[in-house]
Design a protein around this ligand. Structure first.
Ligand SMILES: [Zn+2]
Length: 472
């Protein structure tokens, strides 16, 4: 930056002839012409200076690069492939193939040799809350909404997204700001403009529930306390809220389908449904009419049943999924983000039904894998603090019945499919964004390798490991 300023002042001086003793401009022109020349020179200097400042943005430009590693898991094939290399041009993957062939067609390219590492597509987390810093208990949640301003929470969110990117997550769907209004849209803009490092974000802004069905609650009626969501009642109000959120930048619409989870006499996890059918139908219809998709928070059987009947696109949490519900979801091609780890993390501190929910979700997960349900990697990071690595979810998925390759695909190709972005991301293939990560060992042998990412490239720019350009 200092260099640029210095260069700019040199340029300005040489244009104006100032600051160079004994060297006055040679042309002897009339006063108005001279004045006009000075103004033009000033404008040119200003424009040049602006261009220089633009170049000084923190995130550097991508280059033509070849990345080599011992093993490639491309997100599509069922096997890891040895001896492969990836040619990256700008922000895109241009070619993938045997290392010798790729190197032959890339004379002069920068070469990043990752040695014995395994190269994978950038990871995708389809359920996060960048504006939340852990809510293991109700008190944790209330504390943040009551004591932290939205600007302060947005500053903390810049650290959430930085941590996620350095842990290997190059794309995230952030499913509501928990009272921080549209701050997710601002964080997304800051990332896209190169102001801060972070994953590519798909945001859902404020989420929705009816009056009295979401925190903060339990305070004196004389107090006006913050709401964790946008409160909506009645179909018309809901349609307006969908339009408002889309207007302000929502990529997805999120709503809370149920609450008050309890164990039914038949052993099913039951719940109270938040919206009437009429309201939920309006929400889904208006969202789809505007070309967006609906994410439904739903935990118990009753909520999942209602959400499926109303045609939502994704089920979030879904602890109460039973055989009948899984069959319906498979038929409707509805995705499930199980968020296993957060359930385990909050079960102890919350007590009550929560430990039982962990057990029921483990059973549901095994059934869903067997029935071929679309399970997309989603962690609820933010529900646990961003100081923890959201990649812990992988080990639970494998323990609950997925093969390591299935778990990897859930966070790459399947997660991209949930976002409708399978042409752009989730695989190491020509024409996809150059989003790549590497781990030192073999994640097919030990899935926890994904908790120790050693290399991160997003959009062709290296943020971690060999060849990191940004100094992050
Ligand atoms: Zn969540």
């Amino acid at each position: 930056m200092t260099t640029h300023l210095f260069e700019r002042s040199i340029k300005y001086e040489s244009l104006t002839g100032k600051g160079q003793p004994g060297k006055r401009p040679r042309l002897q022109l009339g006063r108005p012409v001279r004045l006009a020349a000075v103004i033009i020179a000033l404008l040119a200097a200003l424009a040049w200076g602006r261009a220089q400042t633009g170049e000084a943005v923190k995130v550097p430009k991508p280059q033509v690069t070849v990345i080599k590693a011992a093993r490639l898991i491309d997100g599509i094939s069922d096997q890891a492939q040895p001896g492969m290399a990836v040619l990256v041009d700008g922000r895109m993957i241009k070619a993938v193939g045997p290392a010798a062939a790729i190197l032959a067609k890339a004379a002069g390219a920068r070469i990043i040799d990752l040695g014995k590492a395994t190269l994978l597509p950038g990871l995708i987390d389809d359920h996060t809350h960048i504006l939340l810093q852990g809510d293991l208990t109700v008190a944790d949640y209330d504390e943040q909404l009551l004591k932290e301003s939205i600007p302060y929470r947005a500053i903390r969110a810049t650290m959430s997204v930085r941590a996620a990117l350095l842990h290997g997550f190059t794309t995230m769907r952030d499913v509501e700001t928990e009272g921080a209004m549209y701050a997710d849209v601002d964080v997304k803009m800051a990332i896209n403009n190169g102001v801060i490092p972070g994953p590519r974000l798909f945001v859902s802004t404020r989420a929705m529930t009816p009056t009295g069905m979401y925190p903060l609650s339990g305070y004196s009626w004389e107090l006006k306390v913050p709401e964790g969501v946008q409160i909506v009642d009645g179909p018309d109000n809901i349609r307006r809220a969908v339009r408002e959120q889309v207007k302000h930048g929502a990529d997805w619409i999120k709503f809370y389908a149920d609450r008050k989870y309890y164990l039914g006499p038949d052993g099913r996890l039951r719940s109270w449904v938040d919206f009437t059918d009429e309201e939920m139908r309006a929400l889904v219809d208006e969202t789809h009419r505007l070309g967006k998709k609906v994410a439904a928070h739903t935990v118990g059987w009753d909520g999942i049943d209602a959400a499926l009947r109303m045609g939502v696109d994704t089920i979030e949490h879904g602890d109460g999924l039973t055989d009948d519900l899984i069959d319906r979801a498979v038929k409707q091609k509805v995705f499930w983000c199980p968020t296993i780890y957060v359930g385990v993390a909050v079960a102890g501190p919350r007590g009550g039904i929560w430990p039982k929910m962990v057990e029921l979700e483990r059973i549901a997960f095994g059934k869903a894998v067997a029935k071929g349900m679309l399970i997309a990697f989603g962690t609820d990071a933010g529900g646990f603090p961003w100081t923890e690595n959201q990649a812990k979810e992988f080990a639970y998925m494998v323990r609950y019945g997925m093969t390591p390759m299935q778990a990897i695909k859930s966070a790459t190709t399947v997660a991209a499919q949930l976002l409708g972005q399978e042409e752009n991301m989730g695989a190491v293939a020509p024409g996809r964004f150059a989003d790549l990560v590497a781990v030192a060992g073999d994640p097919l042998q030990d899935i926890t390798e994904l908790e120790r990412v050693v290399f991160v490239m997003k959009d062709g720019v290296v943020y971690k490991g060999a060849g990191a350009q940004s100094g992050d």
